[in-house]
Design a binder for this molecule. Structure first.
Ligand code: CA
Length: 424
């Protein structure tokens, strides 16, 4: 089979620059969606595409493992560059790389750009998004539809350039004549749903016309992000479109100009092909920081989540005996200490024992909170206080030695001890 290709990228309606890049280097095709402040996102996505193209030029890429190696190599190169240049630190990019080989498609994939197969009017997503919302969908905490509109849908959990190594998804699909493959950045899929995408792919027989309309409709729906689409049609070896149609003026479908990457230049530094500049006509303005900020917020949220989980664990499994606002002795779940002015405890059980009933010498200790190893242990402490109160009330001077021993046991709750509990 041969292929016919259409592609387009667009800055969208909101962003200041286009940080997406794509590669048309038959039989290799890719979409990369960069993130990072200033120029970093664009550096990351264009470097991914460049490294992949160079790597593919040096060796015959024939299977998914070889594709994954190209992506891992791109990751290493982006990571090195980010480490070497403080202004680029934190940059990253998605990468969805497609190899069309005979009657197979091989894919290597990291991030939330997507590959779809459109076959017999049905659109199916081949790649899995490496995003927080996708994880929540898998865990049953969000529906697919909720994920599509979730405010944090663009937060990705895997990207090239963020770490020295990266996990790359590899998949393979058998192809038939008439199949249409779509690679796209999330600027398409976050703006129009799969029904609209399928309708366009069905309506527009020409791959370039399909690519153009996908971008137009995403822009029409708001164009909140950069939009990049690559449409690859499987055609017959003879008689079909053996080569992609010539790119219309102002566009840049290209399959045979090896070696070169098709990526989007900055509007402020248009590359040699004016066609590219036409695709990204925004005047030079501030680069978007949003995605980087969002990733930072997520990292903080994850750390806070871990800390919260730790506190929750602490709360659920910690006990103490203290005094509530009414001056009544109570059993608390949590810890008696305040942290940064916050309390981490709640009353688990009230008792009928008033602080006033407790011998004066022990009230400070109770008001500070006496830690217990378990609810049962806390109940035992309360029972001892009740006994003591009765003892003191009935016979104030009786059995001082016994009382001292109990004090000793009580204080040992701070360092859990079976012997202490047994003695209680
Ligand atoms: Ca994007």
């Amino acid at each position: 089979m041969n292929v016919a290709v259409g592609a387009r990228t667009d800055v969208g309606q909101v962003r200041d620059g286009n940080e997406d890049s794509y590669l048309l280097d038959e039989p290799l095709f890719a979409v990369a969606d960069g993130m990072g402040g200033h120029l970093a996102g664009d550096v990351a996505s264009s470097l991914a595409v460049d490294v992949i193209r160079e790597g593919a030029g040096e060796q015959r890429v024939s299977d998914g493992d070889a594709l994954a190696a190209l992506v891992r190599n791109a990751n290493a190169r982006i990571y090195e560059k980010a480490q070497a240049d403080a202004s680029l630190r934190g940059m990253g990019t998605t990468c969805t790389l497609l190899l069309v080989r005979d009657d197979h498609a091989e894919l290597a994939h990291v991030g939330d750009s997507r590959a779809y197969l459109f076959r017999a009017g049905e659109l199916s997503q081949l790649t899995e998004d490496h995003t927080l919302v996708e994880r929540m969908v898998r865990e049953g905490r969000l529906s697919k539809d909720e994920a599509q509109h979730h405010p944090q849908r663009s937060i990705i959990t895997r990207a090239l350039g963020v770490d020295a190594t990266v996990d790359v998804d590899v998949l393979s699909v058998e192809l038939s004549e008439g199949d249409r493959l779509l690679l796209c950045s999330d600027g398409l899929t976050s703006m129009i749903d799969t029904g609209a995408i399928a309708r366009i792919l069905s309506d527009e027989a020409d791959p370039q016309a399909a690519a153009d309309r996908l971008v137009e409709e995403a822009n029409g729906a708001g164009g909140e992000d950069n939009i990049t689409v690559v449409v690859v049609d499987m055609t017959t070896a003879a008689g079909g479109r053996a080569a992609p149609p010539p790119p219309p003026a102002g566009d840049h479908a290209r399959t045979d100009e090896r070696p070169r990457a098709d990526r989007i230049p900055h509007a402020q530094s248009p590359d040699a092909t004016g066609a590219h500049a036409a695709a990204a006509p925004a005047p030079p303005r501030r680069r978007p920081w949003l995605r980087r900020v969002v990733v930072g917020v997520v990292v903080l949220a994850v750390l806070a989540g871990i800390a919260y989980a730790g506190v929750r664990y602490l709360l659920d499994d910690s006990w103490f005996v203290g005094v509530d606002d009414d001056g009544t002795v109570a059993i608390y779940r949590g810890i008696p200490e305040e942290v940064a002015g916050l309390t981490f405890s709640s009353v688990e059980r009230e008792t009928s024992l008033a602080l006033d009933d407790v011998p004066e010498s022990m009230r400070d200790q109770l008001e500070e909170g006496i830690k217990a190893d378990s609810l049962k242990d806390a109940q035992a402490i309360v029972a001892r206080f009740e006994r003591r109160s009765r003892d003191i009330g009935g016979d104030a001077g009786r059995d001082r030695r016994s009382r001292d021993r109990r004090d000793d046991n009580t204080s040992r709750r701070e360092a859990p001890s079976d012997a202490g509990r047994a003695a209680a």
